[in-house]
Write a protein that binds this ligand. Sequence first.
Ligand SMILES: [Zn+2]
Ligand SMILES: [Zn+2]
Length: 157
Amino acid sequence: MTQAYSGGCQCGAIRYRFTQSPSGAHICHCRMCQKAFGAFYAPLVGGPRDSFEITRGALGTFMSSDQAERGFCPRCGTPLTFRYIDSDRISVSIGSLDNLEAFPPEDQHGIESRLSWVNDLGHLPDHPPTEGENEHADFIQSTNHQHPDHDTERWPE
Ligand SMILES: [Zn+2]
Ligand SMILES: [Zn+2]
């Protein structure tokens, strides 16, 4: 099931896969990950670099320090990879995997930058979709440009 270890960016210009299951799923609260992901923390999971390949397109990269390189889609901006340049491992953003449900985080890194309220997010009240929002979601779906959660022969179709 190599399918389970594939992923890519929102627009579909970049696709990647691991030939073995990535491991060490975690979230990183460090300020660099917050900024790079535009988020409260970064969800990451990784594997040996020789088990990872880009199967479509070419990553844009940014050296966020002399030690670390972050890869993203140059077309749509999705954060995709993180690696220390002297490491034989590479991590990907869990949200970019096709089967992200399979990679629950096991621990937290960068906790010195953890936002004071982030641990309470799971207790926020749910906002069930209204009928109007459901109709809007159907409309969005009918004009969807997001790549599906599986490899495609050609894209856009
Ligand atoms: Zn893209
Ligand atoms: Zn980090």
